[in-house]
Every structure is written in C-alpha cells, then in structure tokens.
Design a protein around this ligand. Sequence first.
Ligand code: CU
Length: 185
Amino acid sequence: MSSESVVSGRQDGMSHRLRGLVNLVVGAVLVVAVVFALTAGVGAIWSAVTSSSSPGASAAPAGGAPVTPAAVALKMTIDAPPVGGVKGSNGMVDEAYTPGTLTMSVGTTYDVTILNYSKDGHTWTLPELNVNAVVPVGSSSSPSVTHFTVTPKKAGTYQWFCAVPCEKWSMATNGFMRGYVVVKA
Ligand SMILES: [Cu+2]
C-alpha cells in the first residue's frame, strides 16, 4: 500500500463524511420546506373556509355551498275553459286574469306562469315590481304560455294592469284586467 493510496483513502473518507453532512443538511432543508409548504397550504385552505363563513355568507351551511332557495311557482290563467272568462257585475262573461290578486313575500323569488286562453293579446304590467310581461294571443284549446320571475323588495299593495287595449270594462275593473299584488314583509 503506497502513501499515495493512504492519502487518497483518507481524502475519500473525509469526502464521504462531508457528503454525509451535506446530505443531512439538504435533507433537513427539504423537510423544513415540505413542512412549511404544508402549513402554508393548510393556512390558505383554513382562511378560505373562514372567509366563506364570514357574516356576509351566514346562509351557507357549515362545510357546504350556499343554498339558493327555489323560486315559488305561481300560475295565472286568462279566460280558461269551460267558462272562458269571469262573470262580472255587468252581467257578462268578461276577460279576466285568475286569480286577480296575488300574495307575495319580500325577498322571495316567484316564477310566474300565465296561460292565456283568450283570442286577445294582453300584458301583465306592474311598474313598481319592474314587470311588463307581454302575453301573446292564445285560444281555448291552445293557450299561450308566458313566464316571468319577480322578487319583491318592499312590502305594500301594488296595482297591476293590462296595458293592451282589450275589453274596456275588464281593463277598468279589479279582478279582471287589473288587480293587486299584496307583498308581505
Ligand atoms: Cu288585457
């Protein structure tokens, strides 16, 4: 065994120890980095959870997506058979929306359907609730179908009316081509 090989052997030994030390340091740094990344990730998830359950989103159930309440369905007919209208105090069967009065609640969304069995076009117009539904001509065997949604914001009693000239008497009489929406708080 030459002195050279002893020296190189000693150097190898030292570099082995050095490499071991470097590996140890690198390993420790990696462990710290992974732990840091995990806590940062958990922190981000936690902050997302806490921000979504802030007072503004109080309707959200714990751990779930916010639930949008389903719209309440309301239906009106115009001149539905077999009568084809509503008998009025004028002694005639007159053109009419049925029912003539709708009751709603503030903050609730209503999905309103109008079935028109009359041979006339109409509207269901209520400016205070931003509604001007145009109702096409229908027939006694095949009604036209009109949809609108409305979400009342303020309690009160509001007058709706038909803005299309149809029957003069009906247009002037509540419960026929005009009526009310009663919005409860
Ligand atoms: Cu009308």
